[in-house]
Design a protein around this ligand. Sequence first.
Ligand SMILES: [Zn+2]
Ligand SMILES: [Zn+2]
Length: 374
Amino acid sequence: MTAVPQDLVVLSPQGLYCPAGDFHIDPWRPVARAVVTHAHADHARRGHGHYLATAVSAGVLRSRLGDIRLQGLAYGEAVLVNGVRVSLHPAGHVLGSAQVRIEHAGQVWVASGDYYTRGADDQVAEHNATCTPFEPVRCHTFITESTFGLPIYRWRPQAEVMADINAWWSANADAGRASLLLGYSFGKAQRLLAGVDASIGPIVVHSAVEPLNRAYRDAGVRLPETLLVSDATDSASLKRALVVAPPAVLGSAWAKRFGEAGDAFASGWMQLRGARRRQGLDRGFVLSDHADWPGLQRAIAATGAERVIVTHGYEAVMVRWLQQQGLQAGSFRTEFGVEGGETAGDGAAEVQDGGLSATAPAPGAPPHEDPAAH
Ligand SMILES: [Zn+2]
Ligand SMILES: [Zn+2]
């Protein structure tokens, strides 16, 4: 999409840029002033001079980025940035995740960041219980993510998915084997923990997950008791344990200590035939922190926007659909990653969460590498 001077957000080499306010949104290269939608690594990067984000995301941002200059806002609270009104609104994706509303000279733009809302009518019952639910924000132009912007992506009610996970864990526990449940360490892991039935057995988490659990608990999110492997000395109870860990532990020495464990991956990518098979996993649970195809459509319609700009994932399909609805639509080529967003850039100590490796396409592989995209 070519930049028209009056556009409130354009694409710069550093990322999404608001010329009127002289700030970037989730920039991928260092800038003076960054508005950050959420703390996944592909949206929240090191090296910016100043950060503006939700106050509730401050704990996770600081734990990942160190001692940054950060101004925290409540949802709905507005500030002026060089005369441009900026406010942050719930995106329902992970703790503290926000859409960015920008108002200037009678124009309102909203940049969604990543968001979760399902296509069903029961939106309140369906929201991700570990963060504030998505709220549509009226605007003239909506910059939407489209990670799962293909008609094949339709999520089942999450209560059904959680029931499947509990049944799998319970059956493993009865058979005397641990249940290794893989999910991205920030967001997905906590959503899993909040949804499982902790009466089935003890819950062990990888050391990459526990600091994030702490941030969620500090923010008032209720999670069941979790143990680190080093705390779980009783090997009999380990055989009944649910073990929540990032995908990269698969096949590692860390994972092997659980012996003949059942293994499963919880991700939106599990909807793809072959994604689970490639990993050789026992089970794949389709659970995403991103909107499905009908969820994207409903969210876009609820903004009332006449112009929509699509980012990360399946842009062409979504743009075509939007144009068929009579909307003005285009795309921005961004450097945002796949679901989970925790690929390169995380600390060396943290396992690479989003992708499994550069050579082996896996459930977290970028959408355009998957045959389903073509
Ligand atoms: Zn994200
Ligand atoms: Zn993203």
